[in-house]
Design a protein around this ligand. Structure first.
Ligand code: GDP
Ligand code: MG
Length: 163
């Protein structure tokens, strides 16, 4: 059976951009407009000799309604349950925000292996945010850029060590 990798985090951290980079196709909708509802997507990945299934979890930008938050939470929980490893993504430029915490809590509670991705860190940006990410208690963050492909080698090593 193919191992499963779930990409988890609050909206707008770059989960779908990371998904697209791993799958190599524009299967996930990347959108910077607020309020866009995006479905869960899955893809098969071949990444430097690793073969796995990846799940992108949707973002609901306007998570101001209880039902939207609940749906997103349920979807994230389902993806984590299926996952052999979770890629937990933060926006290193924004740092760790209160909005990251409920998602981090779901991952901590599941107790499954986690790889912490400090995204949007291209060109050394967001180093402060990457340091903040240590405090999430999800391990050492990998400075990463889903858009520019930085940190891909470190992610590969981390996946290889975990899967
Ligand atoms: P999601 O809501 O977590 O799925 O985030 P998206 O993948 O839709 O990305 C949200 C926004 O962040 C988009 O405008 C992306 O272009 C941008 N983004 C994603 N990855 C990066 C990155 O590595 N660097 C920068 N600067 N922006 C990024
Ligand atoms: Mg998305």
């Amino acid at each position: 059976n193919m191992p499963t990798v779930a990409i988890v985090g609050r909206p707008n951290v770059g989960k779908s951009t990371l998904f697209n980079r791993l799958v190599g196709k524009k299967l996930a909708l990347v959108d910077d407009r607020p309020g866009v509802t995006r479905d869960r997507r899955e893809g098969d990945v071949q990444f430097g000799g690793l073969v796995f299934r990846v799940i992108d979890t949707a973002g609901l930008e306007e998570a101001d309604s209880a039902s939207l938050l609940g749906r997103m939470r349920a979807q994230t929980e389902a993806a984590i349950l299926e996952a052999d490893v979770v890629l937990f993504v933060i926006d290193a430029r924004a740092g760790v925000l209160p909005a990251d915490q409920p998602f981090a809590e779901l991952v901590r509670r599941a107790g499954c292996p986690v790889i912490l991705i400090a995204n949007k860190a291209e060109g050394g940006a967001g180093l402060g945010g990457a340091y903040e990410a240590f405090a999430l208690g999800l391990g050492d963050p990998i400075p990463f850029s889903a858009e520019h492909g930085e940190g891909v080698g470190e992610l590969h090593s981390a996946l290889q060590a975990t899967l």
